[in-house]
Design a protein around this ligand. Sequence first.
Ligand SMILES: *Cc1c(COP(=O)(O)O)cnc(C)c1O
Ligand code: SF4
Length: 340
Amino acid sequence: MNKDEGLNNRTPASRASWQTELAQAFTRPAELLQYLNLDHGPVSGATEAAQGFRMLVPRGFAALMRPGDPRDPLLLQVLPSAAEHLTASGYSPDPVNDAAACRAPGLLQKYAGRVLLVATGACAVHCRYCFRRHFPYADHGGGRHFDAALEAIAAAHDLHEVILSGGDPLMLGDDTLSALITRLEGLPQLRRLRLHTRLPVVLSSRVTPALCRVLTASRLRTVIVVHVNHAAELGDAAARALGMLRKAGIPLFNQSVLLRGINDDAGVLAELAERLFDLGVINYYLHQLDRVEGAAHFEVDDDRARQLITTLRAHLPGYLVPRLVREVAGALSKTPLDSC
Ligand SMILES: *Cc1c(COP(=O)(O)O)cnc(C)c1O
Ligand code: SF4
């Protein structure tokens, strides 16, 4: 993933504030640990692990971490660790068989009626458990050429929804996004545009009135699915950004990944559910980890996952309990865990 993609090579003076903020993100483990008043014990493993998939942590996200706590749930999501080099059986570079779902460069279809467009390979934060850490973005046009993908979408008359994903589609500038939406809007079979993004949470300055106008100017109904794993990620800045999107009339959903040592606790998941609802976000999916190489140390076993959901059901209204799912290669939808 290349963070410079989507920045349009602008000079610093003409950059939007989110782009400036992104340029100042932490990229060196030692620097982040020093900022958090942590000793540098784990750094050598971190530095080495970061070589394949470099560290990237916006300062606003780092500011939500607890200084002096090496087990901070936000830090553990983003700090490279030596455990990423461990090999585990059943873990692979492409655990969800994206290769088989490819309809055109950058276009994946696994489920009826909806198709996923890799809008860019860039993200504002690099999550260590990410299933796309080995995704061959370069073979998928890196998001620069949508022509082949758009032709394939145009030819598929049974599609109703395009999901912009990546990477993170909000790494595209407003102009690029707007041009892409205009092209999609011209395809009469499409009804919805969905964005899968972490930016409203990890780089909240990306959400501006101008962005809201781009997202709501189209005849397509826009839906946003954010990705939050712990209530501590939802600070004031994220609350403001989500509020702006909600006031623009955009339905908001959340997906989380169940992560060992981060949110594999019923109290933590319940607090996340409450906080999301306070901010107008529906708690949509809780994903079992995709078995991507380098992420085995984050896995929570299925029995424990089911137990957590049972506990949540006993404490929360049903509408606050997310659907516990796993992505099974070849399945017709995300698979609920009670049936796998
Ligand atoms: C997860 C995913 C979707 C979205 O699934 P929903 O159940 O509609 O949220 C769509 N396409 C692909 C390729 C996916 O991986
Ligand atoms: S989980 Fe999402 S935001 Fe994080 S690195 Fe992967 S694609 Fe990017």
